[in-house]
Design a protein around this ligand. Structure first.
Ligand SMILES: [Zn+2]
Length: 254
């Protein structure tokens, strides 16, 4: 099914709340990824059928109502120096296993857009061109031209705030996005490697070292000198994965 993705999504869930915290605008239900999902539903004439999509789910945490995780969800999102721009494959906001959602739960300055090779969302292009931000395209270093790769992040490069661009999809989709997004070609590639066992076990992957989106985001926050935010995101991911694995009847790894 090919949907029109011109101009779809890309709701800037975080603009205007920099520096704010703990107010009603800060509830995860209204974050960028949940709005992208709502937008996707509104534009689709057919229901999205993916694994687990027939279960009645809490709209905030996406877990079945009987196991709603909202009580464990961070209630106040972090307002650090770093921001995230999630470029999501069109199906990704609809998947209950998506972890870009968890990034938006935790980090206030998270933006989400539907990926498109051409006719990219003008709001995304404006975000990437914001002179107050330094975008880093986060992707495995081995897949990038060596001259583009960086392995460290300056907290305020040239007075700008780091903007981590994450390609959110399956590994195959992310590789395609990486190769076919000319508007990203000018940015440095932040090459990450898995430095421990991947937390995320909800999806099988052909590449065991491939980290999930929330793990990648936590690594970015650590590199940017924001360990508390990284810990909050890791903890939320662990909670989400552990419950999801139990609901699938699989053992939880220690
Ligand atoms: Zn819930």
């Amino acid at each position: 099914m090919q949907l029109s993705i011109d101009g779809a999504g890309g709701i800037d869930g975080a603009s205007g709340i920099d520096g704010a915290s703990g107010n009603n605008d800060d509830v995860p239900a209204g974050h960028a990824v949940s709005r992208l999902r709502a937008d996707r539903i509104a534009r689709s004439s057919r229901p999205f059928l993916a694994r687990g999509s027939r279960t009645d789910r809490c709209p905030k945490c996406r877990v079945s109502f009987a196991h709603c995780l909202c009580a464990a969800c961070p209630t106040v999102r972090t307002h650090g120096n770093s921001a995230f721009c999630l470029l999501m494959h069109e199906a990704e906001p609809m998947k209950p296993s998506n972890t870009g959602w968890l990034v938006a739960d935790v980090v206030a300055d998270t933006h989400a857009f539907t990926w498109a090779r051409t006719n990219a969302d003008p709001r995304m292009l404006a975000l990437l061109s914001d002179p107050r931000r330094q975008p880093y395209l986060v992707f495995p270093a081995h897949a990038a031209q060596p001259e583009r790769v960086v392995t460290t992040v300056e907290a305020s490069p040239g007075g700008r705030r780091p903007l981590f661009v994450l390609l959110d999809g399956t590994w195959a989709e992310a590789r395609k996005m990486f190769r076919k997004s000319p508007y990203l070609d000018r940015f440095p590639v932040l090459g990450l490697t898995a430095d421990g066992p991947a937390r995320y076990r909800l999806r099988r992957t052909k590449c065991d070292a491939h980290l999930c989106t929330a793990e990648v985001a936590a690594s970015c926050l650590r590199l940017a000198g924001e360990p508390d935010s990284a810990d909050a995101l890791d903890a939320w991911l662990d909670t989400f994965v552990d419950l999801s694995m139990r609901l699938r009847g699989q053992p939880v790894q220690e």
